[in-house]
Design a binder for this molecule. Structure first.
Ligand code: COA
Length: 147
């Protein structure tokens, strides 16, 4: 059985390996400063975001990054899942589902009224999992770099 919990400072090295594999999956390179900022803000209890880590037999095999946000459409906060990753050799065994179930519980316990996330259209493995939860809502995302 996997165990899922908030990341601790001592998880940094193991998380860093997963983060590198996640960036490879997306074929993205980030500045070191960005990775440091992501980690430090997610383990800072004063910042409304969290990294959850998933362990199998004391081995960190997955992580997710969530953030709590206010919403103009709802009184209660909403929870946004920004990143989700299970290491390649552990995929297809229900760990992604276990992580999502856990994140939804965390969001509920934190008073959120909604849990939402994005997926690439062609990410078929991820979408097969996501389609079990809810139908995609038809939104199209625009991202404009502003320097
Ligand atoms: C998406 C991801 C988190 C899913 O994790 P997972 O542990 O493999 O998911 P699960 O085992 O809970 O299964 C998910 C579903 O997809 C299928 N699946 C997922 N990965 C698979 C794989 N590598 N091979 C075969 N089937 C796979 C499972 O069969 C299951 O479908 P089913 O319940 O209808 O049989 C994982 O594939 C991953 O980290 N991918 C790379 C990063 C990524 O895409 N992140 C999501 C960004 S939106």
């Amino acid at each position: 059985m996997p165990s899922i919990r908030d990341a601790l400072p001592a998880d940094y090295n193991a998380w860093r390996m997963l983060w590198a594999a996640y960036l490879d999956f997306y074929q993205v390179q980030l500045e070191e400063e960005t990775t440091q900022s992501t980690w430090e803000s997610a383990i800072n209890p004063l910042v409304p975001r969290r990294i959850r880590v998933l362990e199998v037999e004391n081995d960190l095999t997955g992580f997710a990054l969530i953030q709590f946000q206010t919403s103009s459409w709802q009184v209660r906060p909403v929870c946004y899942l920004e990143d989700l990753f299970i290491s390649e050799r552990h995929r297809g065994k229900g760990l992604g589902r276990a992580m999502l179930d856990n994140l939804i519980c965390v969001a509920k316990e934190s008073g959120c009224s909604e849990f939402y996330w994005h997926a690439r259209r062609d990410n078929t493995h991820a979408r097969r999992l996501y389609d079990r939860y809810v139908k995609e809502d038809g939104n199209v995302r625009y991202r404009l770099p502003i320097g």
